[in-house]
Design a protein around this ligand. Structure first.
Ligand SMILES: O=C(CO)COP(=O)(O)O
Length: 257
């Protein structure tokens, strides 16, 4: 089955509202209507930028999706500093990144937290982009596939195949994030294929074949072609190279099929 490619920009904690609006406007100006059948493009800015970014895209009628970078699983209440699924949906989000390694590593997010967020998003009709990936220590130990598949299994606990089909998985080896050290296409494909096999065990072959798996970690216009040529890599989750219109649009064009 042919999967529609996806190119998602994770701006991380970059671009205050003014910069966010300018960059979104630039990306929107470079957007062609006939691309919308060939690729799903997602911009994931900081929470405070969600509404302004969505407003620019709506005004331009550009079919680019907006995603949050994190969410909390409760709907409302005494959870100082957190943002809920209904809140990000009201800002115009269709997607939300969950379990990024920076959240796991710097903010103590566990596999159980990731699972609660995935289920809350699905319950609120938003689509999770579930991040998984190993540290260099795990890779050196030779247990990458087992480690990443355990993350996948934990993230999707209690999710049925219909809901899983709405989700995206992003394989991001921690040692490749922001380091300029990309996984080789062979390394990335090996893990993405293992992830798809794990999804097939959980949800059946048909669902696993329909789900998109992205690669993330120093992806840029110079290495994208070789990575997305691999059979189980359906696009990218981009940090640094999504912060400039030129490089992001080059990445979008590279993944269109
Ligand atoms: O973490 C990433 C995207 O979520 C990847 O970041 P870089 O593209 O900057 O390596």
């Amino acid at each position: 089955m042919a999967r529609k490619p996806m190119m998602a920009g994770n701006w991380k904690m970059n671009n205050a509202i003014g910069e966010a609006v300018v960059l979104t406007q630039e990306i929107s100006n470079n957007w062609w209507k006939d691309w919308e059948d060939k690729v799903d493009v997602v911009i994931c800015p900081p929470f405070v930028d969600l509404k302004p970014v969505k407003t620019v895209l709506e005004f331009d009628k550009t079919k680019i999706f907006v995603g949050a970078q994190n969410v909390y699983w409760e709907e409302a209440g005494a959870f100082t500093g957190e943002v809920s699924v209904p809140m990000i949906r009201e800002c115009g989000c269709d997607y939300c990144i969950v379990g990024h390694s920076e959240r796991r590593g710097l903010f103590g997010e566990t596999n159980e937290d990731v699972n609660k967020k995935v289920r809350a998003l699905l319950g609120g009709r938003l689509k999770p982009i579930v991040c998984v990936g190993e540290s260099l220590a795990v890779r050196d130990e030779g247990t990458t596939n087992e480690y990443v598949c355990a993350q996948v299994k934990a993230a999707f606990a209690g999710v049925d195949a219909d809901d899983a089909a709405k989700c995206v998985v992003a394989y991001e080896p921690i040692w490749a994030i922001g380091t300029g050290r990309t996984a080789t296409p062979e390394q990335a494909e090996e893990v993405c294929a293992a992830v798809r096999a794990q999804l097939a065990v959980l949800f059946g072959e048909e669902t696993a074949q329909a789900m998109r798996i992205l690669y993330g970690g120093s992806m840029n216009p110079g290495n994208v072609d070789a990575l997305v040529a691999e059979p189980d890599i359906d696009g990218g989750l981009i940090g640094g190279a999504s912060l400039k219109c030129d490089s992001f649009i080059q990445l979008v064009k590279a993944v269109m099929r």
